[in-house]
Design a protein around this ligand. Structure first.
Ligand SMILES: N[C@@H](CCC(=O)N[C@@H](CS)C(=O)NCC(=O)O)C(=O)O
Length: 213
């Protein structure tokens, strides 16, 4: 059964799912949405995902949405290689790390939030400062967690759902010129992931819709 991922090259939520799919060795067809042009709001895509957000993963007869739900589904349907640790306590820590990115940082910095701030008269510098503020806020919390639990990846020696969320958020932090010097543990995870084939294949620059810098 061919899967289809509705994605956008540098959007972080589909990037999370691309990493998860690559870690699990699951292939898929790629449908690119141009989020600036507004493809996600067109009726054609709303028929796939009524929320008008990426990602959506069509698994043949069902469309899965919400990156964390998709990552959990991947783990449940393909337990190996595991992207959650075995112990319940450890899983809770990994999920907390993922939630800091997916629930606390990203929703404040999404494309539609930037669009709304712009509509309300906030200038580009103001929007950039807003974006940076919430990334820094989340990274301030994540840094000691990663320093405590990470051993190469955010939690332990193997990639987990925490890395699926953290690596795209680091990409976004670089895009929005956040100084990462205060976050050496997070920086070390980025370096480790850059060497890993799953993270390499999922990287925005390696997507069919990637645009030159
Ligand atoms: N909570 C959702 C967030 C999905 C989301 O916000 N996706 C962004 C891309 S990273 C999007 O499609 N934005 C389009 C828009 O804001 O109009 C998830 O984790 O899947």
């Amino acid at each position: 059964m061919a899967y289809t991922l509705y994605s956008a090259w540098r959007a972080t939520a589909p990037y999370r799912v691309r990493i998860g799919l690559a870690l699990k060795g699951v292939g898929y067809d790629y449908v690119a949405l141009d989020l600036i042009k507004g493809d996600q709001r067109e009726p054609e895509y709303r028929a796939v995902n009524p929320q008008g957000l990426t990602p959506a993963l069509d698994i043949g007869g069902h469309v899965l949405t919400q990156s964390l739900a998709i990552l959990e589904w991947l783990e449940e349907t393909r337990p190996e290689p595991a992207i959650l640790p075995k112990a319940a306590l450890d899983r809770a820590v990994v999920r907390a790390m993922a939630d800091i990115v997916a629930c606390d940082i990203h929703p404040l910095n999404n494309t539609r939030v930037g669009r709304e701030l712009h509509k309300r008269g906030i200038d580009p510098e103001g929007i950039l400062a807003w974006t940076q503020r919430w990334i820094k806020d989340g990274f301030d919390t994540l840094e000691p967690m990663v320093a405590k639990h990470g051993k190469g990846f955010a939690f332990g020696e193997q990639p987990t759902i925490a890395d699926c969320c953290l690596i795209p958020q680091i990409y976004s932090a670089n895009r929005y010129e956040v100084d990462l010097a205060p976050y050496p543990a997070i920086g070390a995870v980025a370096e480790r992931a850059a060497e890993h084939p799953a993270f390499q294949s999922a990287h925005p620059n390696n997507q069919p819709d990637a645009k030159p810098a």
